[in-house]
Write a protein that binds this ligand. Sequence first.
Ligand SMILES: Cc1cc2nc3c(=O)[nH]c(=O)nc-3n(C[C@H](O)[C@H](O)[C@H](O)COP(=O)(O)OP(=O)(O)OC[C@H]3O[C@@H](n4cnc5c(N)ncnc54)[C@H](O)[C@@H]3O)c2cc1C
Length: 429
Amino acid sequence: MKNSAGNALPHVLIIGCGFAGLFAVKALAKAPVRITVVDRTNHHLFQPLLYQIATAGLSTPGVAAPIRNILADQNNVTVLYGEVQRIDSARRMVTLDGEQALDYDYLVVATGASSSYFGNERWAAYAPSLKTLQDAYDIRRRVLLAFERAEREEDAAQRATWLSFVVIGAGATGVELAGAFAEIARHTLQGEFRRFDPANARVVLIEGGDRVLPGFPAALSERARQQLERLGVAVWLGRRVSDIDADGVQMGSDRIAARTVIWAAGVAASPLGAALGVPLDRAGRVLVEEDLSVSGYPEIMVVGDLAAMPWHQPAVPGTAPAAKQMGTQVAKNISRKLKGQATQKFRYRDYGMLATIGRNAAVAVFGKLQVSGYPAWLLWLLAHIVFLIGFRNRIVVMIDWAWSYWTFERHARIVADPATDDARHRPQP
Ligand SMILES: Cc1cc2nc3c(=O)[nH]c(=O)nc-3n(C[C@H](O)[C@H](O)[C@H](O)COP(=O)(O)OP(=O)(O)OC[C@H]3O[C@@H](n4cnc5c(N)ncnc54)[C@H](O)[C@@H]3O)c2cc1C
């Protein structure tokens, strides 16, 4: 691709097409650059609704869309499917799938974060976490098949372990999952089993800190806890998990016998940050300059969950709006550099926070305004419809939600993976 003078346009390489990467690409639509976007999945994923895949409320096309399709009309973009493992910042090259070299004039690294088990990686086999579509399918399968196993179980004590669901970590994802599990048990599955009442299933949410949703004001955390308990979730605060195995969760001398345990407690930066060979914070995130570039490499920018900016007060949260704003800012800075202008500092604009707990139950904070219950839940619904990527996704999600609201049904309950036998249900490490 060349400019009107016949010179090759500068090449912007963007690794990762999550929120930060996608917003960087879109904001460069009119810039005189050729863009390559690389992602190791073929889809952009709307992670805030991923828990709805894990809890059978939505099916995949509602929360994910092919990157190639989203960017089809943007002619200055080429989309490549593959995983970047190495970055050679001195030679301005990255390696794709261990074999293909790609050069760049500007590099945007937007590979996000993954789950952290705080050094207890062994627990991952017993307590999956939620980050990708594959994780969501795995959790959905475990939860739905636990009820199936309970129906087959003759022994009451054993049946109780199949009907016990533990979520570890009471941030937004943990709260959403626990609330949805309680709703599945108390509403969705009512009348479908003969040997037990699903409403007797036990859902426990374990949190090491002294309140749920620690990022929210304390009063809203308390409202969220009350709403969870109203749904039937037992909230255990101030409990540190010391071990997880195939039969349950240990917290010091306390134990919960449960066959289904979900980990929603920790986040680790994408390992690609370390590949840059620049300073990282304790969580492995790249310490960026005020314009989101990397120290010593003004042509490399790091955005989204992978960026750490201790200079920014108050701290920038690891959320979708922050990632989008960073993506847009680096696109502006690239355009400014091309015009010979100085780059601009990144300032995060906080438009508020929302977390849902279940049907008619949520909390929201916008500046000084704090809302909970039904009005917060309505706001949560509206915000997610508005911010979903793509018109079709919005329609699909609205129809599914309207149907679930009136019927209590969760239509995405089909488990079709042939490898869903008992051995797969509780994989050994
Ligand atoms: C379950 C869950 C629920 C959440 N709920 C909310 C919420 O309600 N509200 C909110 O604001 N935020 C929420 N978040 C956080 C929000 O999703 C993240 O802050 C946001 O996605 C960060 O954007 P990002 O672009 O940095 O990373 P991501 O969106 O994670 O995108 C990273 C992209 O990089 C790709 N990638 C990674 N490594 C490589 C590689 N080596 N090579 C090529 N491609 C690669 C990935 O496939 C992915 O497409 C939630 C997160 C999760 C996991």
